[in-house]
Design a protein around this ligand. Structure first.
Ligand SMILES: *[C@@H]1O[C@H](CO)[C@@H](O)[C@H](O)[C@H]1NC(C)=O
Ligand SMILES: *[C@@H]1O[C@H](CO)[C@@H](O)[C@H](O)[C@H]1NC(C)=O
Ligand SMILES: *[C@@H]1O[C@H](CO)[C@@H](O)[C@H](O)[C@H]1NC(C)=O
Ligand SMILES: *[C@@H]1O[C@H](CO)[C@@H](O)[C@H](O)[C@H]1NC(C)=O
Ligand SMILES: *[C@@H]1O[C@H](CO)[C@@H](O)[C@H](O)[C@H]1NC(C)=O
Ligand SMILES: *[C@@H]1O[C@H](CO)[C@@H](O)[C@H](O)[C@H]1NC(C)=O
Ligand SMILES: CC(=O)N[C@H]1CO[C@H](CO)[C@@H](O)[C@@H]1O
Length: 432
């Protein structure tokens, strides 16, 4: 088991270290380098503890580990994470999300009209073609750059770490998508260096996920496929690792496939049921919002249960009737069947371009909340005829991996293992 591997190797060392610290009456060292996963939808921070040999993902807001990568501005100040999300509906123009999609990239004027359709906030371009978000707060218009949004999120993670470790950390390791070019990596770094932090290393997210499973200490050459299925995008990377050196061999992805699409299918299905049952369509935004929230809850429940149910009173209909519907996992799978099948496409394409057989892949690492969906796991498992690595929470795998890298760089890692990446010029294949 992946976790077993890490725990076993390091627990022996933990014993040695514990003995060492006891012998010299030293307290265990406080982790000094943070691992930061600055994600498109969620961001998390972790530390590696030398003595216990464990990674701890810190609690950031209200006891929750990861926070939404959302920053909002209003006349009282700046709101981050859950605080920003909870007021988003009332302040859509000044609530910025998805800023990672803009960081370090340049755009043309033609692309702006696209953003107008996609986002409630306003995106404009500076003289160099960098994106900036236009805010209207305190009756004045200001611009804020994507890297500044990144800084605000990192500051929030840093504050949580300072509270937890009681000394302000000054060094971090940060992860970025494998497809980020040098400029995107530089701008991501800047988000941290502008806070006075030293960025010890920038690592690729798939590499981090593989490290979470201890694959950097694999004794011989291994081929790894990392499947990252989040809220709106699917990213697949084929890596190999030998002697702690990671190499990205191929990348493919679909920028329009993820949890939101599965929710939309279920929402549409239920809107249809409502129309038929009550003889009128559901048009009220308020009721649709209630339905959408319940759909998300149903999707989550169906990852562990075989049935789930919706129950809501439809306020906009005469007499506010109750709508109750049981939804089976089979129904959810049926209405999403074609979308689920699409998960295999980029997997096949990374194997195609590298002329590899699926039998040659040693490990399949699943990342991103949507890989919890049992049918998706099963499709991947059937395709490879092998169990994927799932023992680590798919939302935390990247954060755990960067924290391990931070531990290695900080010399906290038991036994000297190394983990480095060789940069390659592999181009991502886009599938839609
Ligand atoms: C997961 O990863 C480890 C490597 O740490 C590997 O040995 C194991 O067989 C993998 N597969 C599963 C299903 O856990
Ligand atoms: C800004 O948002 C916070 C959180 O929603 C709220 O408590 C505060 O009243 C808002 N300030 C203004 C001036 O609207
Ligand atoms: C708006 O003005 C208030 C009071 O001057 C200030 O506290 C707040 O930070 C300002 N908001 C922003 C986003 O600049
Ligand atoms: C640090 O965070 C961990 C995990 O969230 C928690 O168990 C621990 O109690 C925290 N320590 C302090 C001093 O806040
Ligand atoms: C990235 O930053 C480095 C050092 O700060 C600089 O030398 C390099 O030119 C930058 N590259 C790009 C593409 O911005
Ligand atoms: C849903 O299932 C429960 C019991 O499992 C049943 O009592 C209820 O009538 C069902 N509702 C519908 C709308 O089928
Ligand atoms: C998601 C949801 O609403 N689930 C409910 C289904 O019905 C049972 C009892 O009938 C509730 O306990 C669940 O909360």
């Amino acid at each position: 088991m992946g976790v077993g591997f890490i725990v076993l190797g390091s627990s022996i060392l933990a014993l040695l270290l514990a003995g060492y610290f006891a012998q010299y009456l030293l307290p265990p060292p406080t982790p000094r380098i943070l691992g930061i996963d600055l994600g498109t939808t969620y961001s998390c921070v972790g530390v590696y503890h030398a003595v216990s040999g464990t990674v701890e993902i810190l609690k950031v807001q209200d006891g929750r580990q990861c926070i939404p990568s959302v920053v909002a501005f209003n006349a009282s100040g700046v709101l981050v994470g859950y605080d920003a999300v909870s007021q988003a509906e009332h302040n859509p123009k000044n609530t910025i999300y998805d800023s990672k999609r803009f960081i370090g990239k340049t755009f043309t004027k033609e692309m702006l009209s696209n953003f107008e359709k996609l986002y409630p906030f306003q995106v404009s371009l500076d003289d160099e073609g960098n994106a900036q978000f236009q805010l209207t707060v305190n009756k004045t218009s200001t611009y804020i750059k994507p890297e500044k949004i990144g800084s605000i999120i990192i500051q929030t993670l840093l504050d949580a770490a300072t509270r937890n470790l009681s000394i302000p950390p000054q060094k971090i390791v940060i992860s970025v998508p494998a497809e980020f070019d040098e400029r995107q990596r530089n701008f991501t770094k800047m988000a941290a260096t502008s806070l006075g932090l030293e960025v010890m290393r920038v690592i690729n997210e798939p590499t981090a996920a593989a490290m979470a499973y201890g694959l950097h200490s694999a004794p011989s050459l291994r081929y790894i496929i990392v499947v990252d299925l989040g809220g709106g995008t699917l990213d697949v990377s084929l890596l190999n690792v030998q002697g702690g050196m990671f190499l990205t061999l191929a990348m493919a992805g679909n920028n329009h496939l993820g949890g939101q699409d599965f929710n939309q299918r279920l929402t549409n299905y239920l809107l249809d049921v409502i129309s038929k049952r009550f003889g009128q369509p559901l048009t009220s935004n308020q009721d649709r919002q209630t339905l959408r929230l319940q759909v998300e809850a149903v999707k989550l429940e169906l990852t562990s249960q075989h049935t789930s149910n919706i129950s809501m009173s439809i306020e906009s209909f005469e007499g506010a009737p109750v709508f109750q519907e049981n939804i089976s996992r089979a129904t959810f799978e049926l209405i999403n069947a074609d979308l689920f099948d699409k998960v295999l496409e980029p997997i096949k394409s990374v194997l195609d371009v590298t002329e590899m057989d699926k039998e040659e892949v040693h490990d399949i690492v699943l990342v991103g909340g949507s890989t919890r969906i049992p049918k998706i796991r099963q499709l991947i498992q059937d395709y490879f005829n092998k169990d994927p690595n799932t023992s680590i929470e798919p939302d935390l795998a990247v954060a755990m991996g960067v924290s391990i890298q931070a531990g290695i760089i900080g010399g906290m890692w038991p036994l000297t293992v190394s983990a480095v990446e060789r940069q390659t010029n592999v181009k991502k294949i886009h599938i839609s």
